[in-house]
Write a protein of this length. Structure first.
Length: 102
């Protein structure tokens, strides 16, 4: 399983727009083959900071996500609303193990 944690800082005047656009991306992403989880989190102490937690069964499924029309539309739509470039960090899952998850 591949997990990517994406931190996004959004300009205050676009927080609502970002939430709406990201909700649409979330709805489509969770239907992708190989998607295991796609969480959208908002920081309690900094409402303009978001964390997208994306879990895919494989590197192939994770990379395929970046070619979907909904992701490309989301990326183009939200980019001007960002206070600074988003930062995605890929992770390999140690626990839970695959056996424990099923």
């Amino acid at each position: 399983m591949i997990v990517t944690a994406v931190t996004v800082y959004v300009k205050p005047e676009h927080i609502g727009d970002f939430i709406e656009a990201t909700g649409k991306n979330h709805e489509a992403s969770v239907k992708e083959p190989g998607n295991m989880r796609f969480d959208v989190l908002q920081c309690k102490d900094d409402p303009g900071r978001f964390l997208l937690y994306e879990a895919y069964e494989s590197e192939v499924a994770s990379k395929a996500h970046k070619d979907t029309s909904h992701y490309l539309l989301w990326r183009e739509t939200v980019e001007p609303w960002m206070a600074k470039p988003r930062q995605g960090v890929a992770h390999s899952v140690i626990y839970p193990t695959a056996k424990a998850m099923w």
